[in-house]
Design a protein around this ligand. Sequence first.
Ligand code: FAD
Length: 424
Amino acid sequence: MTHITRRSFLKVAGGTAAVGAIGVPHIALGASKKVVVVGGGVGGATVAKYLRRADASIEVTLIEPNKHYYTCFMSNEVLGGERTMDSIKFDYSGLAKHGVKVVHDTVTGIDAAARKVTTAGGQTFGYDRCVVAPGIDFKWDAIGGYDEKAAEIMPHAWKAGPQTTILQKQLQDMKDGGTVIIAAPDNPFRCPPGPYERASQIAHYLKKHKPKSKVLILDAKDKFAKQGLFMAGWKKHYGDMIEWVGAAGGGKIESVDVASRSLQGAVEKYKGDVVNVIPPQKAGKIAHTAGLVNDKGWCPVNQGTFESTIHANIHVLGDASIAGEMPKSGYSANSQAKVCAAAVAALLNGMEAPVPAYVNTCYSLITPEHGISVAAVYQLVDGAITGVKGAGGLTPADASEEMLKREVAYAHSWFKNITADTFG
Ligand SMILES: Cc1cc2nc3c(=O)[nH]c(=O)nc-3n(C[C@H](O)[C@H](O)[C@H](O)COP(=O)(O)OP(=O)(O)OC[C@H]3O[C@@H](n4cnc5c(N)ncnc54)[C@H](O)[C@@H]3O)c2cc1C
C-alpha cells in the first residue's frame, strides 16, 4: 500500500526549497519502514514529528532518557530573573499525538551493520534508517581540574535543567559586590552568542539586585558573535559592570581550582564568587560510541540529507553534526531536522531526496527591552551548506529603541513557535 503521495510529500518538503526530481513513489508493497531517532531534543523531536507528517506509514521510535526537556534557549532569561524553569520545560505528549512511539531509555550502542540500536534498559530496536541527534558533550579533559564533579560547584549550565538551577541559586546567594566569572570556549560550540547573552542577563539581574557586582568574561577566542552589538548594549545599559578579556589578553583558561573558585589563565589567576565554566565541546557521547565522529569529535555528514559519511543509513543532525556554515543552534537543529525528515522519507520510498534549503535566526536579549538578532538563509553549494548572499542580516547598529524592543517581542514569539513546532 502506498502511504506517501506526492502531495503529502511536498507538504513536508514545504520547509525546503524547490523540490528536485521526485519520480513516482516506488514502494515495496506491504514493507514496513522503521526509523529510530536517538535523542529527543530540538533536532530529534522535530525529525520524529516531521517524518510522521511526511509518511504516516513510517514507524518512528524516538528514544530519549528524560521525560522532560528543558530548552537551553531562554534559559539565560531564567538567570536574568525574567522567567521560570517551568516556562522552558516541555514533554513528549505532543509527539505521541503524531504517532511517534516515545521510549524513555538511553541508547548505548548502534550496530550499523545489523541496523540495530540497543539501550541501557536492555531493549533492542531494528531500523531501516536511524537518526542520531544527541546534542553535545563536554571535553572534560580540556581544562585542568574541571570535571563532572567540579561542574556541581562551577556549573556550566550549557545543558539546561539542574545545571541552570545551580547557577541561578549561586547568583541569588552571592553577596552584593561579588564577581561572576563566565569562561567561554573556543569555536565551534553550542550557541555562539550564548555566553554573551548570558553575561547580559546576569548583569540585568545584578543591576537590579546587587548593583555593586561585576561580570567578567574570560574568553578562549579573540572575537565573538554579534560582538559590536553586544558591547554597545553593555556600555549603554550596564556601564563598566561587564568586562571581556579575549584570548590575546590571557582569557583562555588552562585550569581551575574548585575550592578557591579560581581559574588559571595564560597570564593571570582570576578569582570569582560565582564561576560559570563553559568547557570545550564535542558531539554527544553516543556519536563517539557508534563511531560516527571525525578526529575533532564532530560528525561528518552528507549536508543535503544528513546521512553520515562514515556509516550508511544513519543520519546525524543538530549540534553533533558538521553542517557547513550553520551555527550550532536550536533553530539550525529544527531546520536541519525538516531537511533530514524530507530526505529520509524520500529515500525510504525509493525517491531522490529533495533540494534542501535551511534557515537560522539567533536572538539575544541584552535587557527586557533591548534585543538583537542575526538571521541567515542557506543552500547547498558543492555539497556544503552555504549562506545565501543578501538573505538575512544583523540588527543595525543604529536601530531605534522601538526596533530593539521589537526584537525582544520577536524573540519571545520565535520561542513560542519553535517549541510548538518541535513538541506540539
Ligand atoms: C544558554 C544557551 C542559550 C541558547 N539559546 C539559543 C537561542 O536563543 N536560539 C537557538 O536557536 N539556540 C540556542 N541555543 C542552542 C540550542 O539549545 C542547541 O543548539 C540545541 O539544543 C541543539 O539541539 P540538538 O537536538 O542537537 O541537541 P539537544 O537539544 O541537546 O538534544 C539532545 C537530546 O539527546 C538526548 N540524548 C543524548 N544522548 C542520548 C542517548 N545516548 N540516548 C538517547 N538520548 C540521548 C539528550 O537527553 C537530549 O534530550 C542555546 C544554548 C544555550 C546553552
